[in-house]
Write a protein that binds this ligand. Structure first.
Ligand code: G6P
Length: 367
């Protein structure tokens, strides 16, 4: 058992550290001359040309990866992209037809609600492309096309490296689709791929400097509630950060679109309530900062994540983390690692079973 953990105290920490390799293994086999190319995956460009909308369907962390996928793809492709909770979608008569590309995301490839949603999509004539980690799993077998993530086996119940490679897969799919649909020139696609590849050293950088994250976890471990706030892509990352924290530390955590705080949640902010604020998107940076001021004024303990070099107003936060990215769209990769480590250290400091949290299963094959 200890040998399998490769010297790490928990599978989760081991898997967090495997992320640079997982990213590399998922991205590089899909590159030809610096551009995404899925011919070895057997995914024809026709699939990307023929649809007029995308429906992403998944559960849990995979669904949150889908939220990031939507935030990336919709402005890039200029077609509607919906993100659907599989257990809702399958019973709610979704508007899916032969002009819909359904992207199913699943680490295990066995989640029962996701599988049912896949079957329903096919019945409605949609083409199904699945992003799956486990080779030969049921979802992989039943899909029209499979884009395998190469995370390797994920043992910890809380998903980390599988999420990371789901993201990189959605970024690659978005990029190829933008090329096929005339939204990217080859040059633009190559620049996008360069940025995607530079997320690997950005992730490594966070792993090298993880001790400060442990300090922040010291504060979280004493909290009853925690709130994650962000706008746009930052909101999409925050949802997964909040899920990670609640799954393994049992702290009540919620993620909010920062502008929505004042419509209710701010009532819950008290002296020292931790607020993890993600503010990596330039075009809405000032807006998020003003929301942080609002929680700050009510005594929140603010952990702020920005891009490297961002201008931080005096006294806006208690702890500040920076991520080394130049293109905002790629901030998710290093930010995800910070949020995973925050959850990990918080759980460990509380003396909880990090790898096997109560009441949760790695793969949910019952309804
Ligand atoms: C379970 C796991 C989660 C996972 C979800 C979907 O709840 O604990 O980590 O995100 O199922 O699983 P899948 O295998 O379909 O990605």
């Amino acid at each position: 058992e200890a040998a399998k953990k490769n010297g790490y105290p928990h599978y989760m920490l081991k898997e967090i550290h495997e992320q640079p390799d997982a990213l590399h293994n998922t991205i590089t086999p899909r590159l030809r001359d610096g551009l995404p190319d899925f011919s070895d995956d057997g995914i024809p460009d026709q699939v990307f040309a023929d649809c007029d909308q995308i429906a992403i369907v998944a559960c849990g962390t995979a669904m949150y990866a889908g939220m990031v996928g939507k935030a990336l793809m919709e402005p890039l492709l200029k077609i509607p992209v919906s993100v659907n909770i599989a257990s809702e979608y399958r019973y709610e008569s979704p508007l899916v037809d032969e002009k819909t590309l359904v992207i199913v995301i699943s680490q295990s490839g066995e989640t029962i609600d996701t599988l049912a949603a896949l079957r329903l999509s096919k019945e409605r004539g949609a083409k199904v492309l699945s992003v799956v980690n486990v080779k030969g799993s049921t979802i992989a077998r039943e899909s029209d096309y499979v884009f395998y993530t190469h995370a390797g086996p994920e043992i910890a119940v809380a998903s980390t490296k599988a999420y990371m490679v789901q993201l990189s897969s959605l970024y690659l799919i978005g990029c190829r689709m933008a090329m096929v649909r005339g939204k990217f020139t080859e040059q633009e696609a190559a620049a996008f791929v360069d940025q995607l590849l530079s997320s690997i050293p950005a992730v490594e950088k966070i792993l090298e400097h993880k001790s400060r994250i442990k300090t922040a976890a010291g504060v979280l471990s004493k909290a009853k509630d925690a709130f994650f706030v962000g706008r746009g892509l930052d909101y999409a990352f925050s949802l997964e950060g909040s899920l990670k924290l609640k799954e393994i530390s049992y702290i009540h955590a919620e993620a909010y679109a920062a502008g929505e705080l004042k419509h209710g949640t701010i009532a819950l902010i008290e002296e020292n309530t931790p607020v993890i604020a993600v503010a990596t998107q330039d075009h809405i940076y000032g807006k998020t900062i003003s929301n942080i001021r609002e929680v700050r004024a009510r005594g929140a303990f603010v952990i702020l994540i920005t891009k490297k070099g961002a201008e931080i107003p005096e006294g806006i936060c208690d702890i500040h983390f920076e991520v080394p990215v130049s293109d905002d769209r790629f901030a998710v990769f290093p930010v995800a690692v910070i949020l995973q480590l925050l959850a990990y250290y918080t759980s460990d400091l509380k003396g909880l079973n990090v790898d096997k949290p109560r009441n949760l299963a790695k793969s949910v094959t019952v309804e």
